[in-house]
Write a new protein. Structure first.
Length: 361
């Protein structure tokens, strides 16, 4: 089968994240299974406009705003007649391929998460109001005309509010690090937060919860892992017992996460919450805010979801820390997610079924 995937970034992009890891893991397995795969994404400084990566072709043009227009132009020049199926991988803004793919190729959307509340954390007030209440609803109402695949129940439920009813949930994937092994937990009660220090991750809530929890757990220690624009301000305002590590290597991150007794997740929303999966695979359960995406990954990994407030987070930290210290949790296979082989196979079947493409190599 000849497959075109549209995504605003590829893994070489400096701002790539979990969605791009998902894409790369799936596409190289599709190629290994005998399919011809092309990924169209935004241009990356220092990388060629066309190159082969892990067996699939990457075509790059445009930037984060113009990549959608450039994808349509490239389709008209080079794509028409050369693909059986087009996957519109949507990260807030869809390519709306089902509106312009006109040669008989089928289309299906793959949605990681909706933006919604995140607009108010990532954009100025006027833009945020326009994005949340006008632009995103309009985009998603139009996307609802196509079959859609969503990476969590929460994303499916969100899309249903915008009129999408042909939505199938496909699994999230994870590959545990090679050095997964039992590690000695810290002597002191230790919690860890791992994520970008940005507004929508709500790191201020984590600091406040730790401050409250230390009233009952005076030797509580909190490790904050991750870089970002808020890092210096958070450091300057941190209460006692908090240590910031900034952005660290993967082995250091895994070591810190494995040695902590609990992991905290406080985002406004996520598509899934990969960091929850990482922690669980290392034997560290999560207490997360009960919000879209985090509730999916946390419950799948055997963690606990709580009302989204520092007070509730602190209460559960105090209640659970003694038992989690006394009986450390075992690593959860794939952190509650699936192997990438399983994800690639399931996603391909869903693409074939929902795009109504005959199964063919």
């Amino acid at each position: 089968m000849r497959i075109l995937v549209l995504n605003w970034r590829d893994l070489a992009h400096p701002a790539s994240g979990g969605a791009e890891v998902y894409t790369e893991q799936v596409l190289r397995r599709w190629v290994a299974a005998g399919h011809q795969v092309t990924l169209f994404a935004a241009a990356v400084a220092g990388r060629p406009a066309v190159e082969t990566v892990d067996g699939y072709r990457v075509v790059r043009a445009g930037n984060r705003f113009t990549v959608y227009r450039e994808a349509r132009r490239w389709w008209e020049r080079c794509g028409r007649g050369n693909f059986d199926v087009v996957v519109d991988e949507t990260n807030t803004v869809p390519f709306l391929a089902h509106e312009w793919v006109d040669d008989g190729a089928r289309t299906v959307a793959l949605v990681h998460q909706t933006c919604e509340e995140i607009w108010h954390h990532n954009a100025p007030p006027v833009v945020a109001h326009l994005g949340r209440h006008a632009l995103e609803p309009r985009w998603l109402h139009r996307l609802a005309a196509a079959p859609v695949l969503a990476v969590s129940e929460s994303t499916r439920d969100a899309l249903a509010r915008f009129g999408a009813h042909d939505v199938t949930v496909v699994p999230e994937g994870y590959e545990p690090p090679d050095d997964v092994r039992p590690r000695q937990k810290e002597e002191r009660p230790t919690a860890v937060f791992c994520g970008r220090m940005v507004s929508y991750k709500r790191p201020w809530d984590v600091l406040r919860a730790a401050e409250i929890a230390r009233r009952e757990l005076p030797d509580l220690r909190l490790w904050m892992i991750g870089g970002g624009p808020m890092l210096s301000r958070l450091r300057g305002a941190a209460p006692a017992g908090v240590e910031f590590f900034g952005r660290v290597s993967e082995p250091v991150k895994h070591d810190l996460m494995a040695r902590a007794h609990m992991h905290l997740a406080t985002s406004v929303r996520e598509g899934w919450g990969l960091v929850v999966t990482e922690a669980a695979a290392l034997g560290t359960p999560t207490i997360a805010y009960d919000v879209p995406g985090l509730r999916d990954s946390t419950l799948a990994a055997g963690g606990v979801v709580v009302p989204p407030s520092p007070d509730a987070l602190a209460r559960w930290m105090c209640d659970l820390m003694p038992s989690w210290r006394q009986r450390p949790c075992e690593p959860v296979p794939y952190g509650g997610a699936h192997s990438w082989d399983d994800v690639a196979s399931t996603l391909l079947t869903a693409v074939q079924d929902h795009a109504r493409v005959p199964v063919a190599a």
